[in-house]
Design a protein around this ligand. Structure first.
Ligand code: AMP
Ligand code: MG
Length: 417
């Protein structure tokens, strides 16, 4: 792991993975603009402004149990007659002197009562009087008005990603709709003369474009709105045209393929003609040919562009470790911390030279504690292992993997938020 003090030889010219990630986060600026959506439409959206409690929660003292509400001072060996019935939804009633109330969970505790006895503790005698064994504590089984939050207190800060619990919290405060950051508009394209659409007929040598639908799924999962520009040929003119169009319609341009340094890789020179490159090349395996650039005068004045590798697993890993935090910040939230915790390797393997390696692994819990096992073939073109993997085992550059030793494990994106 970084900071272990081990000597790491990293390929010259490649940026360290964590430096690259920090640069991505620092380079991202939140977009402006909001919209109001109903709570039913709010899943995964990002709160525009903080939300404060609209009422005390709970709104009134209410019963935590199905049982009987009573005045402790009136309670004795002779029991109490049941003189009131308070179902959920009843208003705030008053407990008549010398009696107790049948009450149900969530129903307002009648004025004058100072404890609720669960029905399991109660015996009703033939005259219908209520008897209890044991002690009654003051306030027992009463949920107090405002004990969770008071009106005006902060419920959710701006930038919160709305998940099921957050949406329920808003609903509990009576809010039917909420102001959220508008969706990040991302223009997405893949490049490669060999690429064809899934669903069409193929001749040998052609490759189905799997990255574009993968990135589309990942962008949608991250809350973005995708403008799909399709497959662009390995030709500078076509790329130039596509990037020029993308620049004007999107908050972010994302492309995959053609970003290595072969003579069929035209992405970088075209970006340099239309804008510039912030960095290119990260010391990770897979995922080395990753670039952050921009179309226009600068990263902030122009439209940022993320170029992901063409190899499908490289694209997937580059997305999770580098592109996703950028998208999260642009979408108005904080970059989710990179989760990494030690997990023992269930295999030995020669380590990566000059780059950190992210091995696709599954966690085997059969022995109680997790053991990471290879999910399948580790080629950067092998989606089959990536599709099985629970996450990545991160191996530092120039370190071998030894069975039984622990390495940093990062859950795969589908197991995060
Ligand atoms: P490139 O980055 O363009 O050099 O491509 C590297 C490898 O990834 C090649 O084998 C390409 O055929 C493959 N590849 C590139 N783009 C895609 C894509 N969108 N979907 C699937 N495979 C791709
Ligand atoms: Mg290519």
């Amino acid at each position: 792991m970084s900071g272990c003090g081990c000597a790491e030889v990293v390929t010259p010219g490649l940026l360290d993975l964590f430096d690259a990630r920090a640069r991505m986060i620092a380079a991202a600026r939140p977009i402006r603009g909001s919209e109001r959506v109903s709570l039913a439409q709010a899943t995964g959206r990002v709160l525009m402004d903080e939300v404060r409690a609209t009422l005390d929660m709970p709104g009134v003292d209410n019963s935590a149990m199905d049982g009987y509400a009573l005045r402790r001072a009136e309670f004795g060996a002779e029991g109490l007659p049941v003189t009131l019935r308070v179902p959920a939804g009843a208003g705030v009633l008053r407990l008549p002197e010398g009696g107790c109330a049948r009450i149900f969970t969530g129903a307002p505790v009648p004025l004058g009562a100072d404890a609720v006895v669960p029905q399991e503790w109660v015996r009703l005698d033939p005259e219908g009087r209520m008897h209890v064994e044991g002690e009654l504590a003051a306030g027992a089984n009463i949920r107090r008005r405002g004990e969770e939050t008071r009106e005006g207190e902060l419920l959710l800060p701006a930038g919160t990603r709305l998940d099921a619990a957050a949406i329920a919290l808003l609903a509990g405060h009576g809010l039917g709709e909420v102001g959220v950051v508008r969706r990040l508009r991302v223009a997405l394209l893949s490049t490669g003369d060999e690429l064809i659409e899934p669903g069409s007929a193929r001749v040998p040598g052609q490759v189905y474009d799997s990255n574009r639908v993968m990135l589309l799924a990942l962008l949608v999962q991250a809350g973005g709105e995708v403008l799909d520009l399709g497959v662009i040929a390995d030709a500078p003119h076509d790329l130039h045209q596509a990037f020029s169009q993308a620049r004007d319609i999107a908050d972010l341009v994302m492309c995959t393929g053609g970003v290595s340094v072969g003579e069929e890789d035209h992405v970088r020179p075209v970006i340099e003609r239309l804008g510039g490159i912030a960095f290119h090349g990260v010391a990770m395996k897979p995922g080395k040919p990753f670039a952050l650039g921009y179309l226009g005068d600068s990263l902030h004045a122009g439209t940022p562009l993320i170029a992901l590798p063409g190899n499908p697993v490289a694209s997937l890993v580059g997305w999770q470790l580098l592109a996703l935090p950028f998208v999260q910040v642009r979408q108005g939230r904080e970059a989710a911390p990179l989760q990494r915790f030690p997990v023992a390797a269930g295999f030995s393997r020669r380590g990566p030279r000059g780059r950190r390696e992210l091995l696709r692994v599954v966690l085997d819990w059969s022995a109680g504690a997790p053991v990471a096992r290879l999910a399948g073939g580790q080629g950067s073109h092998m989606l089959s292992a990536a599709s099985q993997a629970h996450g990545y085992l991160m191996i530092d550059a120039n370190h071998n993997v030894e069975e039984g030793h622990a390495y940093g494990y990062c859950p795969a994106v589908q197991f995060l938020d």
